[in-house]
Design a protein around this ligand. Sequence first.
Ligand code: ADP
Length: 455
Amino acid sequence: MQSKPFHLTRWRLAGYYTGVMALILSLCGYTVYRLIVHVQWVNMEREMESVTTSLQETVEPALKQPGHLEPAISQLLPGVCLTSASCPAHSPRSENKQIRVEQKILSQIYEGNYCMRLLDQTNRPLALSQFFAKEQPPCTQEQFWQSLKDSGGDHYYKVSRILYTPERLPWGTMQVARSLDDIDLYLFSVQWILLAMVLLALVLTSIASWWLAGLAMQPVRESYQQMQQFTADAAHELRTPLASLRAIVQAALKAGELSQRETQETLQAVDRQSYRLSQLVQSLLFLCQLDQKVLPTQERPCQMNALISEIVEDFQALALAAEVKLTADLRVNDTLYVMGNEEQLYRLLSNLVINAIQYTPHNGQVTLILERTQRHALIQVRDAGIGIAPQDQAQIFKRFYRVDRERSRHKGGTGLGLAIAAAIAQSHQGRLQVQSELNRGSIFILKLPLKSVLG
Ligand code: ADP
């Protein structure tokens, strides 16, 4: 069942996961984009450098006098026009058959859409060379050379080089502009691809987050349900003695005057119910403290041989009253020590022994056996009682679980004895198990690590 707070928390968790992933993915996407931009830019700069150098090496030998342009220049550069005449809007490739610029550079400059001009030392344009494969930028206009964008908003990369005559006299300047159109277009598509990938990854992440949040909340939901169940069971168990108490008191009030014997009986009944109530509250408190691990540890070596003998001695009277034979069988040659809280271990074993006595018919036998393995002390509480059905064996360690509720209550049981025993065993790094056969008897086996093992 999905309760509202859990549903809300699941949404929140999934939202947080997705938010964090969105941030990480965006950062990654942005970094990848910046890397691609950087690589493109470096490549473009390299290309620009080689094109400019090649153009410079082509032009410079033909520059005899500073500021004076030889007519031979038109044989050297593709699409060159002298600005003394008005330059055509476009210089097609076919016109540039005789140019001497390296073929490789030439293909680069046609690919990259270049524009070049030569200026004398007073910055007066003398020649213009355009190599545009596609569109024609306004590179005949002075304004074009003054900014990094043309009037249409397209970007250009521009470099200037000082040119020298063969005698190493400064001739003037060469300006080269390259359209960044192709790079802008490429980066634009990279942007869209990255955005689509990030969005797709986000959708997948949000689905995975929802599923993971559900998985992560499963144990919380289970323990919440257990807590709710525990509270409901505890309330139910408390209600019974409280209702009995109330009924006893109301009956006494109704009866008016009570004889001494009736008063005595009423008080005894009240005492019984309040004892039962206090037992229940104490057990609940003890379990909660075990759960929260707030009990003082007071761990010290506990001698198991002595503890078992003590329990057998202490419960002889109860066994006698139930007409059950209670014995100890210490199958060890040495004394076994377990690190722990002796009071709690006593409580654990006494819960098992009380149950064994209670669920064993007259003339039955209950035996406490102490054995050891290499690392553990093994304590068995064996009885020849009513036994426990296989389907109940896994349940009896649960809080308030009773095979026969009425019978247990009648015997004063709270349904918490085995839950407490198992919790104590667990807090001592031990384990409590049961083997049982209906109408043949039960064996509760407690396995505790020996002191030498724990150090
Ligand atoms: P209770 O207070 O009812 O004894 P426990 O937690 O001690 O509660 O035991 C849970 C249930 O396990 C009991 O109600 C009983 O049905 C079953 N049980 C425990 N010990 C034995 C045993 N030695 N023989 C048969 N049934 C047992």
